[in-house]
Design a protein around this ligand. Structure first.
Ligand SMILES: Cc1cc2nc3c(=O)[nH]c(=O)nc-3n(C[C@H](O)[C@H](O)[C@H](O)COP(=O)(O)O)c2cc1C
Length: 396
C-alpha cells in the first residue's frame, strides 16, 4: 500500500466526512474553501445534505440475500455502481493528478466520469485514463467557436455523452473565495497577492507539487479561435458572457450526435423543456449549492421532476451525496443514478488518486450494506416502498 493510500485507510478515513480534515491539512485554505464552500449564506449547500434526514427507510427484515446487485446502466452504459463522478472544475489545483486521476479511479471501479470544461488536463488524456464511460461537461465560455472545437475533440477522443450545465449564466458568489483572495492569487500582481500568501506558504508539500506540475494550469480544452487556450484568470468573465440558453441546446444537438444530459434542472417545467430539446437524461442539481443560494435541496425537488418526466428520459440527481444511504434514498425516489462531487473531490484533495479510490470504496461498501439492511436484492428494485417521504413533498 502506498503512503497516500495508507493515509486514507481505516481508521483514518471511515466515512467521507473524515477526508475533510486531511484535505484541509494538505491544501491551502483558499483551495480547500473553493472545494468545500457554497454561494452566499450557504443555505442550499447545507440543505442538500440535511434534507436526506427527512426521508427515512422502511426495511424488509428477516430476508436473506445471497447476492446483492449494484450494477445499472446510464444512457445504456454499464456501471458497476449507480454513481458518476460529477464535473469538478480546477481539480488539478487540488492535486496534480486532477481530472486524469479521478477518471482513472472511476474507470477502475466501473463508474462513469464527467469532465468539467474547467479542466487543467487535456480531454484526450482524461479519456485515455479511464476504461469506463466518460462524459464531457460543456460551458460555452470562449464562445461557440471554442465549444465547437471542444465538442469535435471530445467526439474524436471517444467521449460517450455531453453534459450541458444550464445553471451558470454567471458564477455564483462564493464569499469564502473573496475572503481568501482567490481572485488576487490567480490573477493579481505580486503586491496584491502578498496578504494572501501565508496560507499558501503554510502548505509547503502542496506548493512543491504545484510548482513541479508547472504552476497555474491553463484551460487546454477551451481553445478560443485565433487566440489559443483560455487562461484560468479569465474564467469568471468568460462564464458571464456565455449563458447557455435553450437556443444553444438546439445548436449543440445539431453538432453533437451522441446523447445529451442537461444538468441543473430544478423544476418539472425545465425537465419538460429538456425533453423537448432532445435531452436523453437530466440531472436534478443545484450545482452543489454553489450557484443560486436559496433554491431547494436537489432531493427535495426530485419527486416533482420524476413526476413530470414520467419515465420518458433518465433522471439523475446530484447534491449532498456523502453516504451509501443517501444514494439508496435518491434511487428510491426515482433517480437512476447519482453524481458525486465533493465526496470524491475531498478524497482527491486529501490523497490524490488513492483518495478517490478510497472514496469510491467507502460508497460501494456503504451502498451494499444499505441494500442488505433494507432486504433489497438490487439497486434496480429500490423504489418508494422502501422510504417514508414527508407528506408535504407529495404536492410538488
Ligand atoms: C469544487 C467544485 C467545482 C465544480 N465545478 C463544476 C463545473 O465545472 N461544472 C459543473 O457543471 N458543475 C461543477 N460543480 C458541481 C458538481 O458537478 C455537482 O453538481 C455538485 O458538486 C454536487 O454536489 P456535491 O458536491 O454535494 O456532491 C462543481 C462542484 C464543486 C464542489
Amino acid at each position: 500500500m502506498t503512503r497516500a493510500a495508507r493515509s486514507v485507510a481505516s481508521p483514518h478515513v471511515v466515512s467521507i466526512e473524515d477526508f475533510r480534515p486531511i484535505a484541509r491539512q494538505r491544501i491551502p485554505k483558499s483551495v480547500f474553501d473553493y472545494l468545500d464552500g457554497g454561494a452566499e449564506g450557504e443555505v442550499t449547500l447545507r440543505e442538500n445534505c440535511r434534507v436526506f434526514n427527512d426521508v427515512t427507510f422502511r426495511p424488509r427484515h428477516a430476508v436473506s440475500l445471497s447476492e446483492c446487485s449494484m450494477c445499472t446502466t446510464v444512457l445504456g452504459f454499464k456501471l458497476a455502481l449507480p454513481i458518476l463522478l460529477a464535473p469538478v472544475g480546477y481539480s488539478r489545483l487540488m492535486h496534480p493528478g486532477g481530472e486524469v486521476a479521478a477518471a482513472r479511479a472511476a474507470g477502475r471501479a466501473g463508474l462513469g466520469y464527467i469532465l468539467s470544461t474547467i479542466s487543467g488536463h487535456k480531454l484526450e488524456d482524461v479519456r485515455e485514463g479511464s476504461t469506463g464511460p466518460v462524459f464531457y461537461q460543456l460551458y460555452l465560455m470562449g464562445g461557440r467557436g471554442a465549444a465547437e472545437a471542444a465538442i469535435e475533440r471530445a467526439r474524436v477522443a471517444g467521449f460517450n455523452a455531453l453534459v450541458v450545465t444550464i445553471d451558470t449564466p454567471v458564477s455564483g458568489i462564493r464569499e469564502r473565495d473573496y475572503r481568501n483572495g482567490m481572485k488576487e492569487l490567480i490573477s493579481g500582481g505580486p503586491f496584491e497577492k502578498i496578504p494572501y500568501l501565508p496560507q499558501i506558504l503554510s502548505r509547503p508539500g502542496w506548493l512543491v507539487s504545484y510548482f513541479l506540475d508547472g504552476g497555474l494550469p491553463g484551460l487546454p480544452n477551451v481553445i478560443v479561435p485565433g487566440k489559443g487556450p483560455l487562461p484560468l484568470v479569465d474564467v469568471a468573465a468568460a462564464l458571464a458572457e456565455s449563458a447557455v440558453t435553450w437556443a444553444d441546446l438546439k445548436w449543440i444537438r445539431e453538432i453533437w450526435k451522441g446523447p445529451i444530459v442537461v444538468k441543473g434542472v430544478l423544476t418539472g417545467d425545465d425537465a419538460l423543456r429538456s425533453i423537448d430539446e432532445g435531452a436523453a437524461a437530466i440531472s436534478v442539481s443545484n450545482h452543489g449549492g454553489r450557484q443560486l443560494d436559496g433554491v431547494p435541496a436537489s432531493l427535495r425537488v426530485l419527486p416533482e421532476v420524476v413526476e413530470a418526466v414520467k419515465g420518458r428520459i433518465e433522471v439523475l440527481m446530484d447534491g449532498g451525496i456523502r453516504r451509501g444511504t443517501d444514494i439508496a434514498k435518491a434511487l428510491c425516489m426515482g433517480a437512476r443514478a447519482v453524481l458525486c462531487g465533493r465526496a470524491y473531490a475531498y478524497g482527491l484533495a486529501a490523497a490524490g488518486e488513492a483518495g478517490v479510490d478510497r472514496a469510491i470504496e467507502i460508497l460501494r461498501v456503504d451502498l451494499e450494506r444499505t441494500l442488505r439492511l433494507l432486504g433489497c436484492a438490487s439497486v434496480g428494485e429500490l423504489d418508494r416502498s422502501y422510504v417514508n417521504v414527508p407528506q408535504s413533498w407529495e404536492a410538488g
